[in-house]
Design a protein around this ligand. Sequence first.
Ligand code: SME
Length: 149
Amino acid sequence: MLGTSPIIRALRAAHLHDVSRQDLLRLACERIRGLGAPFTSVYAYMLHGDELVLEAFAGRLTEHTRIPVGQGVCGTAVASGEDQNVPDVTAVGNYLACNLETRSELVVLIRRGSTILGQLDIDSDVPAGFTAEHHTTVKAIADALAVLL
Ligand code: SME
């Protein structure tokens, strides 16, 4: 997996040093973005009732700081209980655009058992940017976060 282990080690070390939840999520976002293309911008949305709330990010600012479950690619992931790998965001009817550069998007749920805690949402400027290996890489990080949060 694409450099996952150093990221998970860094998250565990930060957790041992009692960093805040927001700092842990920000570290995850920054380290994933640090892998380079196709990871353009990384957002940690956490579930609060029936809304996803942006708690940390690395990369471009977004106006979508709260997303109702069921809306957009992010809300669809929670409503369906399925990660979303969207190769072409322009082909998605309910896509919530943050900017004009994003071409593809990967949403990986952060789950603890059957409970969805939130998600890592990743935008890419690369068309069809995310492979199954990218998905596996991000899922390992999401699974690590689920234990540490
Ligand atoms: N594109 C997402 C919204 C979040 S921004 O990409 C950061 C969606 O359709 O849900």
